[in-house]
Design a protein around this ligand. Structure first.
Ligand SMILES: Nc1nc2c(ncn2[C@@H]2O[C@H](COP(=O)(O)OP(=O)(O)O)[C@@H](O)[C@H]2O)c(=O)[nH]1
Ligand SMILES: [Mg+2]
Length: 277
């Protein structure tokens, strides 16, 4: 419990900072995890930036299933939200993002303010904000100088001529409603101790079974037989040699192994959430 306590405090500070950052930008890029697009959003963002241009990036799209990615894009567009895919593992997925930025930059130039388009990347923990910013900064033409009256200690990268990215991401707290806990835990967005690894692992295995996606599991854990989730976790522990005394399987360790493998993409592309309908 101790561990969870810093979380609300840190998050409250992060939200205050986020509000300041939002005031500095024209475009808010909401980074969500393409494997769990529903659970990795925080609807508070919407109320914080109603007047702002917003773009959703379904990030880590290399880890989620292509067909489901496409359906999510459609779902967001049908709900009137702009959404694109993103991945630093598959940089070509970022082309539409750059095209989008160019379009927005030109639109801004047609307006009264003749200045660079400014954007910030926001999202809950572990969705890949820092990685994406570093990737983009690596491609950036330059680090821009401090602009008095605008940045107040903030650093910007000039991504392309006329497009500037705030170098620190905005951090949103994850929404911890019961149906979100397992997906959030599986994508590593929760502080340690917030979810029981065995329960998360059993949930993940059940999802694999329901969706008929046990093939990669059977490849990864040689000899694994499809069974009830708890029994499969037992098997995984035995296969990996995780034993307590008296030959009892260490289910906690088995669960950690499964969750670590999922997090590292060792179980293949696997989406945790499909769009409604
Ligand atoms: N597969 C994959 N992993 C990514 C991608 N972007 C980031 N990651 C990984 O996601 C984890 C969290 O990234 P990080 O940038 O620290 O997330 P942040 O908390 O939102 O800043 C790290 O292990 C990254 O290597 C991506 O596009 N694809
Ligand atoms: Mg980070």
């Amino acid at each position: 419990m101790r561990r969870a306590q810093w979380f609300p405090g840190a998050m409250a500070r992060a939200m205050r900072r986020l509000k300041e950052d939002l005031a500095l930008v024209d475009l808010v890029v909401e980074l969500i995890d393409a494997r769990a697009p529903a659970s990795s959003r925080n609807p508070r963002l919407l109320s914080l930036c109603r007047q702002k241009e917003r773009l959703i990036l379904l990030h880590k799209a290399d880890r989620s299933e292509e067909e489901i990615n496409t359906r999510w894009l459609l779902h967001f567009r049908e709900s009137g939200e702009e959404a694109l895919l993103s991945s630093v593992q598959l940089p070509r997925t970022l082309k539409p993002f750059f095209d989008y930025l160019e379009l927005r930059r030109r639109r801004l130039l047609r307006g009264r303010l003749k200045r660079a388009l400014r954007l910030v990347i926001v999202g809950i923990p572990n969705v890949g904000k820092s990685t994406l910013i570093n990737y983009l900064a690596g491609r950036a033409a330059a680090r821009t100088g401090d602009q008095p009256g605008i940045t107040r200690g903030r650093q910007w990268f000039r991504l392309t001529p006329g497009v500037e990215l705030l170098d620190t991401p905005g951090i949103l707290p994850p929404v911890l409603s019961p149906e979100r806990i397992f997906p959030l835990a599986a994508i590593g967005a929760l502080p340690p101790g917030r979810a029981d690894p065995q329960e998360v692992a059993a949930w993940l295995l059940r999802l694999c079974l329901e969706r008929g996606k046990t093939e990669r599991l059977e490849e990864r854990y040689e000899g694994l037989q499809p069974a009830a989730p708890e029994a499969m976790l037992q098997q995984i522990g035995a296969i990996r040699g995780c034993f307590l005394t008296q030959g009892k399987v260490d289910l906690d360790r088995a669960a950690m192994i499964l969750l670590r493998d999922y997090g590292a993409g060792k179980l293949g592309r696997f989406s945790l959430e499909e769009p409604p309908g």
